[in-house]
Design a protein around this ligand. Structure first.
Ligand code: XMP
Length: 536
């Protein structure tokens, strides 16, 4: 196993993620663990993360001395390299030029760490790496025994190596994807240099997490707000695996869910997995509070507040519960950490980020905070949740409340649910063809995948305007539904999906024929920005 000592960098979790991707077991611990902890840990190798401090300030975090005496390979990243330099007799200085972002660095010599790892070769024959840098300080004098491994004009020591002791330092961040060869470099370190075994799988994570949850909660009881979304579902399945009936889930149905969703959630958790779930049908309360409200942000606030109220009332009845479990995942942690003055301007308030108020006086149990979305999905599958559920598109907390434009009415919600279900089933049932690839709608590798999997998020939107149509011999005067499908990796920017016209045609025909009350279907061809993914 690999020990990662965390000096407080925002991207330390990414180091762990890259190592897990290489199927090697690793753990993150704070930098100030004891000397004995390091000695007895049994690490095959140690990684020192980056951090926000400056080693020049003297009284800043240092690695336990045992790190350098354990006889195992050590990799220092950014601050980790600087403290390594300082602790082994080298020196650092304040850089006059700060480097932040993309950089091309030259790899020197033939260190084991960078052997055959390069992005391109300059005309002069220097091997170059495309990396991501973020630092002010730099190593000015390497400790004895070290040789230069990499450099940039602004940072003469961008990498250093003592190959006898197998100590390596890099000023750039191999853990971020912008460092093209970062994954290869970390894999070289943990596998090639440390000799760690590549036998770690998600199943091992379950064993470990189950043990931790049991240790944490003992014989106390836990409540969890189940939404039917991926994160809370995986958290529920994991916690249930650990403590069985000590877990009670509260599933608040606000009446703005997708077709048959409440039923599906209950089937999967209560019936299939045997989880204790209290289903609260609160649709009347929600719709009552939303009557006459048309402003999107007010609708969100009302739904959010009502949700908290219903959830609290229900949890209040579970007097013996001591813990509140949440499916917070690593990107949520980062997102809320960024809520300082530099936080991105709030375009829409997302009610389920930020969580519930602490008036319940419960301790927090968050077993997924180390994982990224795709890892949470993998974990869900390993826990036996159906693939179809785990790989679902995201669904906003306020649900159809922000997909019915203007005032929310139960009549509109019923129409929208059915239209949306038709759109989604057609996307699931239609696979990309060679013809689609030839038309440039998808790549050759995408042939055979469903259009549901080829889009990041797709749904129908209800427009409360009526237009004229003709059906049979009669004139109709009915509502409009808009279809939205986007492709994106981070949901911050998105392209509208170029869906095959036949698919759109089928969806439109089916909606108009099957959902009485809708006589017109339109397709949204706006990107984000300037539009947003949701219509409200
Ligand atoms: P927008 O519409 O802002 O959406 O481009 C980006 C992503 O966020 C989701 N979204 C929400 N999720 N509560 C949520 O939990 C909300 O109020 C909310 N508004 C938007 C949206 O579905 C998309 O995935």
């Amino acid at each position: 196993k690999i020990l990662i000592l965390d000096f407080g960098s925002q991207v330390t979790q990414l180091i762990a993620r890259r190592i897990r991707e290489a199927h090697v077991f690793c753990e993150i611990h704070p930098y100030d663990v004891s000397e004995d902890f390091v000695r007895n840990y049994g690490a095959k190798g140690i990684i020192l993360s980056g951090g926000p401090n400056s080693v020049i300030d003297g009284d800043t975090p240092r690695a336990p001395q045992a790190v350098f005496e354990a006889g195992v390979p050590v990799l220092g990243i950014c601050y980790g390299m600087q403290t390594m330099a300082e602790q082994l007799g080298g020196a650092c200085e304040n850089g006059t030029i700060r480097e932040f972002g993309y950089a091309e660095i030259r790899a020197h010599g033939h260190t084991e760490l960078l052997r055959d790892i390069e992005d391109f070769v300059t005309p002069e024959g220097h091997g170059m790496l495309k990396v991501w840098m973020s630092h002010g300080d730099k190593v000015q004098k390497m400790p004895e025994g070290f040789k230069l491994m990499a450099s940039t004009p602004a940072c003469p020591v961008a990498g250093m190596a003592d190959e006898t002791r197998r100590f390596y330092g890099v000023q750039f961040h191999p853990e971020v994807t912008h460092t093209v060869q970062g994954k290869a470099l970390l894999e070289r370190f943990v596998v090639g240099i440390c000799g760690a075994r590549q036998d770690w799988v998600m199943g091992d994570y379950i064993t470990e997490a189950v043990e931790n949850i049991r240790k944490q909660v003992g014989d106390e009881e836990v409540i969890l707000g189940l939404s039917g979304g991926v994160d809370s579902s995986v958290a529920a399945a994991l916690i249930h695996r650990a403590i069985g009936d000590q877990l009670t889930c509260v599933f608040v149905d606000h009446g703005l869910l997708r077709l048959d969703e409440g039923q599906k959630v209950m089937d999967m958790f209560a019936r299939n997995l045997g989880v204790k779930v209290i289903q609260v049908d609160a649709s009347d309360a929600f719709l009552g509070k939303l009557a006459g409200v048309t402003d999107p942000e007010r609708k969100r606030k009302i739904i959010g507040a009502e949700f908290v109220e219903v959830f609290q009332a229900e949890s209040g009845k579970l007097k013996s519960a001591k813990w509140l479990a949440q499916g917070t995942i690593y990107p949520d942690v980062i997102e809320s950490a960024g809520k300082g003055k530099n936080a991105a301007h709030a375009i829409k308030s997302h009610h389920n980020v930020g969580g519930l108020p602490d008036t319940l006086h419960l301790k927090l149990l968050e077993p997924l905070t180390e994982l990224f979305k795709d890892e949470v999905r993998e974990l869900g599958v390993a826990l036996g949740l159906p693939r179809e559920m785990v790989y679902r598109h995201p669904f906003p907390g306020p649900g159809l409340g922000v997909r019915i434009l203007g005032e929310v009415k139960s009549e509109y919600a019923d129409l929208l649910r059915r239209a949306d279900d038709i759109f989604i089933s057609e996307l699931r049932d239609t696979v990309a063809s060679a013809h689609d690839a030839a038309a440039g709608l998808c790549t050759a590798e995408d042939i055979g995948k469903s259009w549901y999997d080829l889009t990041s998020q797709a749904f129908a939107v209800f427009l409360p305007v009526k237009s004229v149509g003709v059906m049979g011999d009669g004139r109709t005067y009915d509502y409009v539904v808009a279809l939205r499908a986007v492709q994106t990796t981070d949901f911050m920017t998105a392209h509208w999906a170029h869906l095959p016209h036949e698919l759109l045609g089928t969806v439109s025909n089916r909606i108009i024929n099957e959902v009485r009350g809708i006589n017109r279907v339109v397709y949204d061809i706006s990107g984000k920005p300037p539009a947003t993914i949701e219509w409200e």
